[in-house]
Ligand binder design. Sequence first.
Ligand SMILES: Cc1ncc(COP(=O)(O)O)c(C=O)c1O
Length: 439
Amino acid sequence: MSKSDPVSDIGGAEELGGRPSIVSARMPWIHDGRPWEDIRADLIALKSEDYDWRGGRIPIYVYYDDDELLSVSREAYNLYFSENALGRNAFPSLVRMEEDLVKWSLALFNAPAGADGSFTSGGTESIFLALKTARTQFRATVSKSIRPAVVLPRTAHPAFDKAAYCLEIDVVRVDVGTDLRVDVDRLEAAIDDRTLMVVGSAPCYPYGVYDSISTLGKIARARGVWFHVDACLGGFLAPFARDEGFSVPEFDFSIPGVTSLSADLHKHGFCARGSSVVLYRSASIKVHQAFRFDDWPRGTYSTETFLGSRPGGSVASAWAVSQYLGRAGYRRLARKTMEAKLRLVRGVESITGLQVLYPSDLSIVLYRSVDSCVDINAVGDCLTEQGWFVGRSREPMALHFAVNAVHAPVVERYLSDLERSVKQVRASGKTGRRNDLTY
Ligand SMILES: Cc1ncc(COP(=O)(O)O)c(C=O)c1O
């Protein structure tokens, strides 16, 4: 596999003077401590085991455009490296930055006056909080004794199941139709007295497809149930892609039935990891999000989000990056991403034996083999041998690519490696390994 450029990731390559690093002391029981220079060398050596994200070799996990943007994010993070966002009274500057980010996000997603939200550590926490808030409201307004249920498309993110498990909420998953969007009739039929929330993805991760958010909004309104839109993946790409003339389905608070929405700044917002927002149509709903505990010698403990101590750095990074980019910067990144995606789609389609799955509403490309002599997992294995980290899908058996700006310079290289891989597999008749564990 091709190694990343670990030295430039950390910086200060010249100081190493080409000295080979020996990863020798990862033992937590080490007694006397070690010099930073040695530890740093080990970190650099450790990094070399990883895939090359900077070279666009990973189709998920890392969002990167260039070093200028990265250094804004890093410097802002480092300026607030030690500050703890739990301390709202000690660090009012962090509270201000969080408020700014929430206000900006509410405006971006067309929330009405009186809406509110929170800055969180990521999509999973945003989703957890939306469910927690809905459950607390359900207990306050519907029933304390009924075990509630959330109705989800089969394609919705497992973060909902994780949260539901912790919150003792049942999960009802509903199949998608031939258009890969949730079957709205089946979803409506699954709603009953226990339903505390219905969910739509904008878009879902497995297929990159938007559920029919406006239809789901109508159903939710008519049935009087909470409707959460999971825009974690596409939230900070879609509005700017639309500005640039790409057609993107409607998904936000401009649809009347939408109660809450999650969107991740640490994905297409290009902010440091640990940044997302959860937003509510009305501040009167958000009150159910807070946790307050009084029976403690130290006095009242009260937090709005799930975490206790929180890194000030991720708040500062998000605040700085969103201002540094501005609408113009996000539009430029959206164009770069969407054009790279189109080049990837056209390239895959031009390779005999491969087929792109449609619809592909935003930045995810899923493709499979339509040639019985080409096993798509074997193609994935060939790509791995050429240094690509491969995203695999099980239903259908396919390869998965979530495009962002980091991939723009390497699309053609990927396509030529892909074409070679398809030819090799066809010639050898090899079969490959299935995707049984995605993460
Ligand atoms: C649609 C969707 N929702 C939620 C999440 C969870 O986000 P996180 O990994 O930041 O917790 C993801 C992550 O990829 C996602 O794609």
